[in-house]
Design a protein around this ligand. Structure first.
Ligand SMILES: [Zn+2]
Length: 419
């Protein structure tokens, strides 16, 4: 059966490719007279038909297109390529879309294999990379312009935004002069910052706690600066990105607005500046991680003690027994992590009123933010041996976030409408 279906499919595609090829080549309407205006303002002259092979979803198709050449600026163009969205590429729009889908999910080499295995399309890994990055840059531009991805009213009375960061391995040239965690003080990674937006109206059947609504999560991420000084006239690049994602989801209009993050200061100053009045919560997952780090240093080598001490502190944290928690941390002040943790807890105290937040029916961090970093950034950009340029990483992040936020369809609709 497999041999039969595979052979029949190949045959059907070949017939279809030939039909498309013949139909387009029989249509001479792309000849629009002996002269057409060039972009430089001078007239370009018709210079015959030229053939080029495009890889379509049906396989290779050879098109003969009218060619216009401008003597003044030496540029040439094909009106048909423009109208079909084929300018400057050898991949048809459908093939380009597939390459983007594959490259968003897997490495360029794997994506190239997937295209061959699933669609019978031969596109080299390098070509997949070029096409996917160009697509990612287009999506980023569309995302910035605000014209493609429409803003919607808040989909629930309470809207959540999570902000987090994770290191992406980059080429040496991308970290020159930047301090890092390597023994010699250099850096091997750059921080990709991620915004996650979601709703959590659903309730856990046993505990009654808020659960993330299926299909409500959207993402936007980039390696870019979140630093802003009082003297800056515009918010940082990342603050603007947070703003755009929030507006697309109707966050500013929501009845209750909640921002979750780890304890990092930049997150809270950004939040204060962009969304004054939003409830600020330190993601419980992150807060607990800090207590575990202390316990591991304090009771190094004694697994049972590590767990017992950490569990007790986590209970105090979740139960709102803050003074007991601080006292326990202070009594361990010989431990460096413990004194750091006291500072962290005090600084974020108001953002850790978990019992209070829970009583108000708020989500205090179910790992949505943490898992976003892993599933959006980590699983695609942190595979072994990967070394990114910042531009390359940002293009793939745009592409991946677009697909994972279910916006790829909208992007393609507006892209084909523009041609
Ligand atoms: Zn010209």
């Amino acid at each position: 059966m497999e041999a039969l279906e595979t052979a029949a499919r190949r045959c059907a595609l070949q017939v279809a490719a030939l039909a498309v090829q013949d139909r387009l080549n029989a249509d001479g309407s792309d000849w629009q007279g002996p002269r057409l205006p060039c972009t430089c303002g001078q007239p370009a002259r018709y210079a015959g038909r030229r053939a080029k092979t495009f890889l379509t979803a049906l396989g290779p198709v050879e098109l003969h297109r009218a060619y216009y050449h401008c003597g003044a600026c030496q540029a040439g163009f094909f009106p048909r390529d423009r109208s079909l969205g084929l300018e400057g590429t050898s991949l048809s729009p459908a093939t380009t879309r597939m390459a983007g889908t594959a490259a968003a999910c897997a490495s360029f080499a794997e994506a190239s294999e997937l295209l061959d295995d699933l669609a019978g399309l031969r596109v080299s890994p390098k070509h997949v990379e070029r096409v996917a990055e160009a697509l990612g840059r287009e999506i980023d531009a569309a995302e910035r312009s605000g014209t493609v991805f429409a803003s919607v009213p808040p989909s629930a009375p309470t809207m959540y935004l999570g902000i987090d960061g994770t290191g992406v391995p980059v080429r040496k040239s991308e970290t020159a002069g930047r301090p890092g965690k390597q023994p010699d003080g250099s850096a091997k990674t750059r921080e990709a910052k991620l915004i996650t937006a979601w709703t959590a109206e659903a309730r856990h059947p046993q505990t009654g706690r808020p659960m993330r609504d299926p299909g409500s999560v959207s993402y936007c991420a980039a390696i870019e600066s979140a630093a802003s000084r009082d003297t800056d006239r515009h918010p940082s690049a990342f603050a603007q990105r947070v703003r755009r994602e929030a507006e697309r989801r109707g966050f500013p209009q929501a009845g209750r607005r909640v921002v979750l993050g780890d304890g990092a200061l930049w997150i809270w100053s950004l939040c204060q500046e962009q969304f004054p009045g939003a409830v600020q919560i330190v993601d419980l997952f992150h807060a607990k991680e800090h207590l575990w780090t202390v316990s591991r240093q304090l009771h190094a080598g004694h697994d049972a003690l590590i767990k017992a001490w950490a569990d007790e502190r986590c209970d105090e944290l979740e139960g709102g027994r803050f003074e007991a928690l601080l006292a326990a941390l202070r009594s361990a002040s010989a431990c460096e992590e413990a004194s750091k943790c006291v500072e962290y807890m005090q600084r974020n105290r108001d953002r850790m009123r978990y019992a209070e937040f829970r009583a108000a029916g708020l989500c205090v961090g179910s790992g949505v933010v943490e898992s976003g970093c892993k599933s959006i950034v980590g699983s695609r950009l942190k595979q072994s041996g990967m070394k990114w340029t910042v531009n390359g990483a940002n293009a793939i992040l745009s592409l991946r976030c677009c697909i994972k936020s279910r916006r790829y369809e909208d992007f393609w609709e507006s892209r084909s409408a523009a041609n």
